[in-house]
Write a protein that binds this ligand. Structure first.
Ligand SMILES: [Zn+2]
Length: 188
């Protein structure tokens, strides 16, 4: 349990292009970070999803030629130091399959709810879970289907139906939490 591989979405891909490919949450936010999947090998490897020279989105996986080198240097006061430089080479991953990949939307504000009385008191939060079926043909991304549980509003409705005390976004304490959430994102 618990192992997965990471699909890193290349930060150079314009957000509008990601939305066009279907890599967006139900509220339309491009998913530009990292997705997780258990459907490749769940070996805690990193894969990169980026454009190939023809402009298609293609999956690249770690190749055998990764290297780890120690580089010696002098610290400011002259003492010797060592930096470990880890280079990973990525080669096209020629998969023809559909992978279930998931993440949390970084742009949907979390929903805040009151914890049940018997648990720790105070507020808890839940982020919007986003899930896709990514279909690859010879490593090229050819189809993206959103398979998640819906939008933030859907999640709120679902939680309320389950009896979770979700607080409105204009609640005084929630507003403060959301401000802190916004600040923490800008620090990244
Ligand atoms: Zn979103």
């Amino acid at each position: 349990m618990g192992t997965f591989d990471t699909l890193v979405i290349d930060k150079d891909i314009p957000l509008a292009d990601l939305v066009q490919f279907g890599l967006a949450c139900p509220d339309g936010h491009a998913q530009r970070g990292e997705l997780q999947t258990k459907d490749i090998g769940a070996a805690m490897d990193r894969y990169i999803l980026t454009r190939d020279p023809e402009g298609a989105l293609r999956l690249y996986g770690p190749s055998e030629k990764s290297t780890r080198d120690s580089v010696h240097y002098r610290m400011e006061h002259g003492a010797p130091g060592v930096v470990e430089v880890h280079r990973t080479r990525y080669a096209p991953a020629l998969l023809s399959t559909t992978l279930l990949a998931y993440t949390h939307c970084e742009d949907c504000q979390p929903l805040y709810f009151e914890r049940p009385a018997e648990a720790w008191s105070g507020l808890a939060s839940r982020e919007l879970f986003v899930e896709f079926d990514l279909t690859f043909q010879n490593g090229r991304l050819v189809k993206v289907d959103s398979t998640g549980n819906g939008s933030r509003a859907d999640l709120r409705a679902h939680m309320l139906k389950d009896g979770v005390g979700v607080l409105p976004d204009d609640d005084r304490v929630v507003k403060r939490e959301i401000e802190a959430w916004k600040r923490s994102r800008h620090e990244d």
